[in-house]
Design a protein around this ligand. Sequence first.
Ligand code: DP6
Length: 324
Amino acid sequence: MKASAVACANQGLVKYWGKTDERLRLPTNDSISVCLDGLTTHTTVEFGRAHARDEFVLNGRPSPDPRIPRHLDLIRSLAHSELRARVESRNGFPASVGMASSASGFAALTVAATAAAGMHPDPKELSRIARRGSGSASRSIPGGFAELRAGRDDERTYAARLAGPDDLDFRTLIASVATTPKKVGSSEGMRITSETSPMFASRMSYLPGALTRMKEALRSRDPAKVAHLAEIDTLSMHACMLTSDPPLIYWTGGTIDVIREVIALREAGRRAFFSIDAGQNVFVNCPAVDAEPVRERLASLRSVTSVLLSRPGGPAKLVEEHLF
Ligand code: DP6
C-alpha cells in the first residue's frame, strides 16, 4: 500500500537538549516549539513484496541514512508486518536554506508509513512514534505551537498543541549563513552537554519557570513576548553547549553578524529576537508587522545567503499527491 504525507519543521522556543533514555528518545525536559510553514517535507512510502530491501530517496538521490530503516522497523513491528518499503522524500524549500530537518522528515515519514502499513494511529500515538525517529519530530505532528511533555516512559511522552498556527501574529525569518562542513549531531551533542557542562544543572532549574512564562505568553497571544522568551532560552541552551567538553560551538561569524544586527534592529525600535537551534543559521522571530523591514535588513548582510519568511505551520497530514 502507498501513502504520502506533508509535515513542517519546527523551531524550539523552549528548547529540548538532553535525554533520559537514548533508545526511547525520552527528553530530559519539556519543550515548546512553533511549526514553520516555510520548511516542509513531502514523503511517499510504499510497502510491498516487490521491494527486496528498504530504499530511501531524498531530493532525487538515494540516501544511506540508517535512521530510516530503523524507523521503518519500528513501524513494521507495530503493524506486525515484514514488508520492505520504498520511501521518497522531497523538501519544499531550496537546499541553499541549509536546514536539513529531521523534525519534518520523521513527522512526514511517520504519518505516511503508518498509513501505508494499514495502521490508524491517533495523533498522540503518531507523536510518540515520530519521537522515536527524532525527539523534535513529535512536535511537528500536532503543528502550530506545541509542547512535548517529558514523560517517564514512552506511553506518556508525546506532543500536544498549545495554540493554533493562526492564534498569534507570529513570523519567523530564517537567516541562512555560509555552512560549515562539520557539525556534531543532536544525539551526540546532547550526551556531551548533559555529561560535561557545569551549566546544565542550572538550565534544569531555570526551565520550569521558562516553560510557565512561555505558556503564559502563548495564552495571552503575545508574539513579541514569545519571541523574546525564545531568545532568552537560546542563550541558556547555547551557554550549556559552549561550556561542554569538548565545546559545542555551532555559531559561525555569520551567526554573530545576525545576532548583532537583531540587537541593532531592537535599538532602532523593531521587535525582533534571535533563536538558534543546533546549527549556525538564525531564526529571527517577530510580530507580523515587523517582518518586512526586518527581512530587508537581514537580507542586506554580507554573510547572509538567504532569508526565508515563515508563518506558523499546521499539523502533519496525509496528502493525495504521491512522489512515485
Ligand atoms: C537544538 O530532535 O534533532 O533543535 O532526538 O536526537 O533527533 P534527536 O534530537 P533533535 O533535537 C533538536 C534540538 C534542538 C532544540 C529543539 O528543537 O527543541
